[in-house]
Unconditional design. Sequence first.
Length: 70
Amino acid sequence: MQQYNRVIKLSSDRTFGSCDICKESFSDELDEVANHYVQQHGFAFVHVGQETTNDQSGKPWQMTVIIVGK
């Protein structure tokens, strides 16, 4: 199993401001953020899937989650 020194969780329910590493500003497009970490900083995709939580009224809320690691 691959071990990573740093893991970052990206989620479609999050607003992205800037890169944690180089501070480059992001749009709020999940694919652009994930590609930035992979192409600019050498991270690899660890997991892509769904996560379900509850919204404010208790109903299920699904989002896309991408885990990148290095």
